[in-house]
Design a protein. Structure first.
Length: 572
């Protein structure tokens, strides 16, 4: 791409865009604004970059987050000066905590126009606190600093990926002209410029090779060992699941498989999967019988509060496998960190021996699953927990599915069935918020296979501006909204017993006609009245567009039915 020599700002911004492209950038998101005009023009006019204009900065940031999640590559996010960048903050936090690579470019006024009420100016230095992997303010555009600019962008890209993926924030001051007006003194310099030499050594950085890691000896000696496969969005899910299967088969350990991990969707690889642990551990007799003498936790703990309470009560020795340096033990027990991936483990060569402990878990898991299936299969009531159970058996193979926070993630953990379909679960569990759910799901769907979002109505309403992007979507998103007029998660908490103030301040019903909302955005809406309507709408999925499926449920009765269901299964 020829650099833009019309003025120093266009040249500066075009060096940024071209450097990012040569490092591997494919997608940039630009929000409208004046101060960021040089950046927006440079990225929008680059012939090999997809640059998407998104009105709402919060939605834009979560859309970028979704694209980066599904591609594993940095996405550039551009905004003007002032509070625009502050609206990126929730997505920046989620990206930082979830190790998703984003490069934030916030345009700013030059130093002489700060702290003097020049308008649309705030302090943008360290705007995102300690969340970025790296952050700096660039110099004002100057002809003799192009080498510095190029090298800073290379460093920024690398820091968004190594030593762990995350956020990089660059604050970029610009003086006028912000539009691409021609500077007659600069244009002749472009005729002498050797662009090929300037960018010659720019190429995508390679990840360092991973060294094999030996088993700790205590793993081999354990007779009642347990593997916990927690939250995971691995880049290569099949390889990840194969690695856990190999570990489980070598040690003859059961694997408690979180529903937000790919493990349940690659079930044929691993006969040791246990998916009903939350239900099983509610039974005091079984909970006491199943106490392990060693636990290997892979990544973050599953969502299950029942599992966490059980681990706290018995405090078995626990090893935590994760390559990131954070503390992955919210229970604050004595634990042994092993800073590696499960794929790095070097398996010892010895024949596995039979494990009565594994057999006990497998027998109980089969009994509970059989009972759950026998109960949910004929159930005609639109109980929202059945949605996760049905989706796990209905969607086309390899479907990406984004699971919203609050009740949907818990129902996936309770009811998602093991299957061979290789579904790809996505989620925002870094900060566990309901902000940006629609926008993130649209980012997951962009340029991807037809995608499904499962969300509550409050999370949908919290991000209706995300629907403004639906015309820019390359792909398809089906939104399944659990329409229970409020926050169903709060019905599961003790505060539900105190009304008032429960309904107005916690459940917060909004009384919005979601069909009319969909019509406003030009999105087809399909209200569901019985379960038989759902499978034909989900398999096959449409190739393009956005649509809304409404599942009307009753949050109070659903919360009550969950308790009855768990009790019935445990007593069978």
């Amino acid at each position: 791409m020829p650099l833009d020599f019309r003025n120093i700002n266009t040249l500066w911004a075009s060096v940024i865009a071209e450097t990012c492209y040569r490092l591997g950038l494919t997608t940039a998101i630009a929000c409208p604004g004046s101060r960021s005009a040089p950046l927006t023009v440079a990225f929008a006019q680059h012939p090999h970059l997809e640059t998407i204009s998104i009105l709402d900065e919060r939605s834009a940031a979560f859309f970028a987050l979704g694209v980066a999640k599904q591609t594993g590559q940095s996405v550039v996010l551009i905004c003007t000066s002032g509070t625009a960048g502050a609206n990126f903050y929730p997505a920046v936090i989620e990206a930082a905590l979830s190790h998703v690579p984003l490069i934030i470019l916030t345009a700013d006024r030059p130093p002489e126009l700060r702290h003097c009420h020049a308008g649309q100016t705030i302090n943008q230095i360290r705007l995102y606190g300690d969340y970025p992997n790296w952050q700096t303010e660039l110099a004002l555009p100057q002809w003799d600093l192009l080498d510095y600019l190029r090298q800073t962008m290379v460093h920024a890209w690398r820091r968004s990926h190594f030593p762990q993926c995350g956020v990089v924030h660059l604050n970029l001051p610009f003086r006028e002209p912000l539009a691409p007006l021609s500077d007659p003194d600069l244009l002749p310099l472009g005729e002498q410029w050797d662009e090929a030499a300037f960018f010659e050594d720019i190429r995508p950085p390679a990840a360092p090779p991973l060294s094999p890691v030996a088993y700790p000896s205590s793993w081999v000696k354990a007779t009642k060992g347990l593997i916990i496969g927690g939250l995971a969005q691995p880049r290569e899910p099949k390889v990840y699941c194969q690695a856990i299967a190999h570990l489980a088969q070598t040690l003859q350990f059961p694997v408690l498989a979180e529903g937000l991990s790919p493990l349940r969707n690659y079930a044929p690889l691993n006969p040791h999967l246990i998916t009903t642990y939350d239900t099983l551990l509610r039974h005091p007799h079984w909970a006491d019988q199943l106490v392990p003498d060693l636990v290997i936790q892979i990544g973050e703990l599953p969502t299950s509060k029942v599992l966490r309470t059980w681990l706290t009560q018995h405090q078995p020795p626990r090893w935590i496998l994760d390559p990131h340096p954070e503390n992955f033990d919210p229970l604050h027990h004595p634990t042994h960190p092993l800073p590696c991936t499960v794929e790095q483990l070097q398996h010892p060569d010895f024949p596995p021996s039979p494990s009565p402990y594994l057999h006990q878990w497998q027998t109980l898991n089969q009994q509970v699953n059989t009972q759950l299936n026998a109960t949910l299969d004929p159930l005609e009531t639109l109980f929202e927990g059945k949605l996760a159970w049905l989706l796990s058996q209905t969607l086309p193979p390899h479907t990406p599915i984004f699971i919203s926070n609050s009740t949907p993630v818990r129902d996936v953990e309770y009811f998602w069935q093991p299957n061979p379909q290789e579904y790809q679960p996505f989620f925002n569990r870094g900060a566990n918020g309901i902000d940006g759910i629609v926008s993130t799901a649209l980012g997951i769907a962009h340029g991807n296979r037809p995608t499904v979002l499962v969300t509550g109505d409050l999370a949908l309403l919290h991000d209706t501006n995300g629907l403004l992007q639906q015309g820019k979507l390359r792909g398809h998103l089906t939104i399944i909204a659990i329409a229970n007029n409020g926050g169903g998660i709060f019905e599961l908490l003790p505060i539900a017993q105190y009304d008032p103030p429960f309904t107005d301040y916690f459940a917060t019903p909004q009384n919005i006609n979601l069909q009319q909302l969909a019509s406003t955005y030009g999105i087809p809406c399909h209200p569901l009245t019985h379960w038989q309507q759902l499978p034909p709408l989900l398999n096959p999925l449409p190739p393009s567009g956005v649509r809304l499926l409404l599942l009307p449920t009753q949050r109070q009765s659903d919360a009550h039915y969950r308790k009855i269901l768990f009790s019935q299964v445990l007593s069978s």
